[in-house]
Write a protein that binds this ligand. Structure first.
Ligand SMILES: [Zn+2]
Length: 90
């Protein structure tokens, strides 16, 4: 796991959470999936999941020219924070 990112245990089963952060996605401009031969824009996704009960939180963000530096890190933080927030709620 990436250093400096702390994940709370799964809110449902208490299992250890895993993170996949910053992978490219091919989606249309609204963030919907597209087929292999359709035009697509590049998004980046970040996902935190529990391998035990398969609950997932995924965040995605469109890669746009002129995006502020650090947006790539932001998507990671968004996913981790969303996960940790939900872990808090239970
Ligand atoms: Zn779980």
């Amino acid at each position: 796991m990436n250093p400096g990112i702390e994940l709370k245990p799964c809110p449902f089963c208490g299992g250890e959470a895993k993170a996949i952060l910053g992978y490219p996605l091919r989606l249309d401009e609204y963030g919907e999936e597209v087929g292999d031969y359709e035009p697509a824009t590049i998004w980046f996704g970040a996902r935190v999941y529990c391998p035990k009960c398969e609950c997932v939180i995924e965040k995605k963000k469109r890669c746009v020219n002129g995006s502020p530096k650090g947006w790539h890190d932001q998507i990671k933080r968004d996913a981790v924070e969303a996960w940790n927030r939900r872990a808090n709620d239970v």
